[in-house]
Design a protein around this ligand. Structure first.
Ligand SMILES: [Zn+2]
Length: 286
């Protein structure tokens, strides 16, 4: 059964094992001067950060395995616009003996990428009626009919209009838990409308980060011209995008406010990741 319109290969990420060394956070300098066209493109952002009614967005890391069915994304039912498959439960054994401990570590690692934003990462399925985004973590890309070496798969929700999107992280080939977390952060970025960027140290790139550090970077970089999934953007800042889409993180205490702290995470040694995404169009056109 057709599960969605396929677009050309959308890029890939290669992270060499030599990048284990810790590195400093990427620079967060001022935006480069922009021409009129770019400012126009930037206005596609939806400014919700100051909306007091904005609810905390929830990202559910599904480690239990799932059988997905074709259709518009629905995290409640496992309906997916990009892959219909039976995904096995996440195998914690490469990362630790205790499943609960590994799940907690993974949740924290993914949460750390989004530390400055109003996003709650959980590994238990939410029971509240509030919509949640879902990443199914487990198995290998062959389950979705994809080639080996693909780290994850997610629809690109350019308008961040889908509240119950479903993405995938193929953890079976990944030997480091931080690698699983990095792929999860990347695919979640697609769910929130981020295309691939050119900054090699941005979570949303498929490039090698010389410094060994990946983060959502607070400077504008070019949108990667590797596919059709550019969301009409010439350049973007993943950090500012998420800040605007998700809102700033609520204050952790009386002295700490969101969007003022470092958001860099050291990248791990990973043999090879290829991250692709699919543009969410097939079902919208029906
Ligand atoms: Zn991607």
């Amino acid at each position: 059964m057709r599960i969605g319109r396929r677009y050309p290969a959308l890029g890939w990420m290669q992270i060499a094992s030599a990048l284990a060394a810790l590195a400093s956070a990427p620079s967060r300098g001022a935006r480069p001067p922009a021409d009129t066209a770019n400012r126009e493109e930037r206005r596609t952002f939806r400014p919700i950060a100051d909306d007091p009614a904005q609810q905390t967005t929830v990202l559910y890391l599904n480690l239990e395995g799932a059988t997905t069915h074709s259709g518009p994304d629905d995290s409640r039912t496992g309906q997916s616009s990009v892959c219909a498959a039976k995904i096995p439960a996440f195998d914690h054994r490469p990362y630790g003996d205790d499943a609960a401990s590994v799940a907690s570590q993974l949740t924290q690692l993914v949460q750390a990428y989004f530390a400055d934003f109003d996003l709650q990462v959980v590994s238990k399925r939410p029971t509240s009626p509030q919509p949640y985004q879902m990443l199914i973590i487990g198995g290998d890309p062959g389950l979705c009919g994809l080639a080996e070496g693909l780290g994850g798969l997610a629809p690109l929700d350019c308008q961040d209009s889908e509240a119950r999107s479903v993405g995938f992280v193929f953890s079976a080939p990944l030997t480091e838990l931080i690698g699983v977390a990095l792929v999860a952060a990347h695919e979640a970025g697609h769910l929130f409308g981020l295309p691939h960027l050119r900054d090699p140290c941005d979570v949303m790139t498929n490039a090698l980060c010389p410094a060994g550090t990946k983060a959502f970077v607070d400077t504008f970089s070019a949108v990667a011209p590797d596919h059709e999934g550019r969301c009409g953007l010439r350049e973007a800042s993943s950090y500012q995008w998420l800040h605007e889409r998700l809102g700033p993180a609520p204050p952790a205490d009386q002295t700490t406010a969101g969007c003022n702290t470092s958001h860099a995470i050291s990248s791990p040694p990973i043999v090879l990741l290829l991250l692709i995404f699919w543009r969410r169009q097939a079902w919208a056109k029906r």
